[in-house]
Design a protein around this ligand. Sequence first.
Ligand SMILES: Cc1ncc(COP(=O)(O)O)c(C=O)c1O
Length: 364
Amino acid sequence: MIRCNNIQEQARDLSESICERWRHILAAGDFVLGEEVSRFEAWMSQRCGGGYVVSMNSATDALLLALRALGIGAGHEVITCSNTFVATVGAIVAVGAQPVLADVGDDELINADTIGPLLTARSRAVIPVHLRGRPVDINEILDICGPRGVAVIEDCAQAIGTTIKGHQVGTSSDAAAFSLHPLKTLGGMGDGGALVTTNPAIAEYARKARNHGLQSRDEAVLFGINSRLDSLQAAAINIKTQHLDQWLRRRREIAAFYDDAFAGTATGTDLGRGRQGSSYYHYVVKSRKRDKLQQHLAKHDIEATIHYPIPIHRQEAWRCSQPLISLPNTERLAQEILTIPCHHHLSDGDVEKIARAIRRFDSR
Ligand SMILES: Cc1ncc(COP(=O)(O)O)c(C=O)c1O
């Protein structure tokens, strides 16, 4: 089976070097927020053009602590999209704010036109999601939010390596949340995440809040959470950082091959077509016969998945606690999208096989 992710192959390729680092950590007993964690934060800061980086347990916690750092809570509204992983909206609900969901364009991304009409006097933040590693038009969003004093927190969980004009996304807003979950292009062997910001007050709050609000071993200056990155995860991630650019190049090469192969077909090319700087965390095609296409690919031993088949506003968690809303484009796309394999463990033969199978389906 050609899989949609390469989680096992990555672990296999790097297991020796990772285990060797882990042996050092075991011997030193440096398990939590250790030297490897500082090394990761320094690397990430450089990657993000010198911003503050506070590593933590997940992107979910990075979103949560960014919202808290900005004083967002009960009585406030936060705008985001519905076609995202549930964590984006979960973090808003967790701080007691009201999530407000914007529809998306045909590229699956929210934009200034869909956000604009939803801004009210209660709006405190917008969380644009760089879904699939596609860059949202962040400058247009900053332009409508800035004059109203509405903060922008970028959900970069899927966007390591995504760029705008050559710069990593997540560096031009108030704060950004990155995920280091094993399925991500840069991930550990367990959960991990990072908050990135150029605002020293947000960084200072997050650094304390991720560690129970402690400013020293015995002194708590605020009530925080336990969201520390551990040394074992950081060590695995630090090894992967050495390969990241090569992996991103391979994803882009595969995407370019698909773009050529699917041009002019009924299924078509990635929905982010024409958008420069995608890191192709997902390559997503669209078909009115999506379920049949997925079955056809499975028959050819090709895994294709749906991210996300149920938009957040159609989830039970939303229906039992939030207002009934309709987002026509989001709902239509959820019926038609299909993620096909696009990662650095695919051989040229695999990619050609996938392209052939889709073209054969289209010509039936
Ligand atoms: C768009 C998006 N936001 C947030 C998250 C949450 O990331 P984490 O699992 O690191 O909390 C994810 C994880 O898949 C995601 O895809």
